[in-house]
Design a protein around this ligand. Structure first.
Ligand code: ADP
Ligand code: S3P
Ligand code: MG
Length: 159
């Protein structure tokens, strides 16, 4: 989910493993030359999901070994979860919605277009509903780590 720490922990995990690190959002931003928020605004979420899938395929082609931090929606579109599991290990960071809300409220909501403009109450409800809806996709990951203080050491011990 957004705010679970994929980007933060993914980078640390890559360093530990001596692998390249690729944040899928950053990869898309670099390829497109515009922000995630601009892509959503100019072409909508549907186009973003196509770009996200293309980026996933491109990264898998490009790197023999890499830690990829996907965006929180990536597992929930097309057959992305099957694709991810076909080409690598996968880890679901199962962070409680209350902790996600706390972290995201302390961040800039505008960076994540699905959250932009939400009040604290709206954000809590949105994250609760979204996690419920997405959980069945996330549960398809090969590994799951649960908690509000997940470390990259916990992740590397799974692999
Ligand atoms: N283990 C953690 N404990 C506390 N805060 C964290 C942790 N991991 C990330 N954060 C904070 O939560 C926010 C979202 O982290 P990020 O890595 O961007 O998540 P994601 O890529 O899953 O959306 C950031 O502000 C980050 O500093
Ligand atoms: O959950 C989502 O649908 C999204 C998560 C974001 O990435 P993070 O999970 O790294 O915030 C980013 O891909 C986009 O804003 C959409
Ligand atoms: Mg991220």
């Amino acid at each position: 989910m957004m705010g679970s720490g994929k980007t933060t922990l993914g980078e640390q995990l890559a360093t530990q493993l001596g692998y390249a690190f690729v944040d899928l959002d950053a990869y898309i931003v670099q390829r497109e030359g515009r922000s995630i928020a601009d892509i959503f605004e100019q072409q909508g979420q549907e186009r973003f999901r196509e770009l996200e899938r293309q980026a996933l395929e491109a990264v898998v082609r490009e790197y023999e070994h890499a830690v990829i931090s996907a965006g929180g929606g990536a597992p929930c579109f097309f057959d992305n979860m099957d694709f991810i599991n076909q080409y690598g290990e996968s880890i679901f960071l199962d962070v409680p919605a209350s902790e996600l809300a706390k972290r995201l409220l302390a961040s800039n909501l505008q960076v994540r277009p699905l959250l932009a403009g939400k009040t604290e109450d709206e954000l809590r409800e949105f994250l609760d509903n979204m996690l419920e809806h997405r959980r069945s996709f996330y549960e398809q990951a090969r590994h799951k780590v649960k908690g509000a203080a997940i470390t990259s050491e916990q992740l590397s011990s799974l692999l």
